[in-house]
Design a protein around this ligand. Structure first.
Ligand code: SF4
Length: 260
């Protein structure tokens, strides 16, 4: 972002009154307004972007989820490809140092932490399954398989949801920090709902199963390009007209126009 653009942006966290107004706007977003916002995400952000996701078996999809969380599709795809190209197989990944893995994951934020998580996951799978094959989970159905996956120490809500969506045929929406931020500001998630499970269930009603992976990719791009944590670029955001937070922030931004 250009420095002058950053200066013009108003941080939500800077203004308690605005923060209060934003939370009211979110909680009163109607079902119709939410449906309209979901359509806008597809029509405004979805033009010509994002090829169909690559199918991956459960183990690979979990590792991909570790790469994908908190970032966008492109760097995650690149990092996962590098892992596959630089190491002979998953066992070699398991026994490699986190420094070597982090080099392959370069380009992702917190590459060392992700590398350690991948090693921990592979180690646990190896100790419990004596192989790197989690395909039997695919026959258990999404709910049971998700429960089993969640028992791995390296698992979190995002990784499990990513596997359910892409490899287990379930309908769910993986929610990482950037997506939660953008969806809350848009009013698609109720700001004060503490329970991730119920927030996601509400969202699943708005987004058709077949379009859920594209929805995730587009929301990640939105968060990365416009809906930044401390200074969202609402004036440049293509969803600003339909976003309650964007409208509040713009109304609170002093006009830069000179009086005639
Ligand atoms: S207008 Fe765009 S950048 Fe601003 S809060 Fe809404 S979604 Fe985020």
């Amino acid at each position: 972002m250009q420095p002058e653009e950053r200066q013009r942006s108003v941080g939500i966290e800077d203004d308690p009154n605005l923060r209060k107004g934003v939370s009211t706007a979110m909680s009163t977003t109607t079902v119709t307004a939410k449906q309209r916002l979901v359509s806008q995400i597809f029509s405004v952000l979805g033009k010509g972007k994002q090829p169909a996701p690559e199918p991956r078996p459960v183990l690979e999809q979990f590792i991909y989820a570790v790469c994908r969380e908190g970032t966008t599709r492109e760097p995650a795809d690149r990092a996962f490809r590098q892992l596959q190209q630089r190491f002979f197989d998953w066992n070699e990944v398991r026994v490699s140092s986190t420094r070597e893995l982090a080099e392959a994951l370069a380009g992702l934020p917190h590459a060392e932490i992700r590398a350690q998580r991948i090693v921990d996951f592979l180690q646990e799978v190896f100790e419990t399954e004596f192989s790197f094959d989690l395909a039997p989970l695919e026959r258990k159905g999404p709910k049971l398989a998700a429960k089993q996956l969640a028992r791995y120490q390296a698992a979190n809500d995002y990784a499990v949801a990513q596997v359910v969506q892409h490899s287990l045929g379930g309908h769910t929406i993986p929610l990482d920090e950037p997506s939660l931020r953008a969806l809350r500001r848009l009013g698609l998630l109720d700001g004060d709902a503490a329970d991730l499970e119920s927030m996601r269930a509400a969202l699943e009603h708005q987004v058709p199963k077949a379009r859920a992976p594209l929805f995730n990719d587009l929301v990640s791009l939105l968060a990365d390009e416009y809906c930044h944590d401390d200074a969202p670029r609402c004036s440049a955001c293509p969803l600003c007209k339909d976003c309650p937070t964007g409208q509040d922030l713009r109304a609170a931004t002093p006009s830069t126009r000179k009086p005639r």
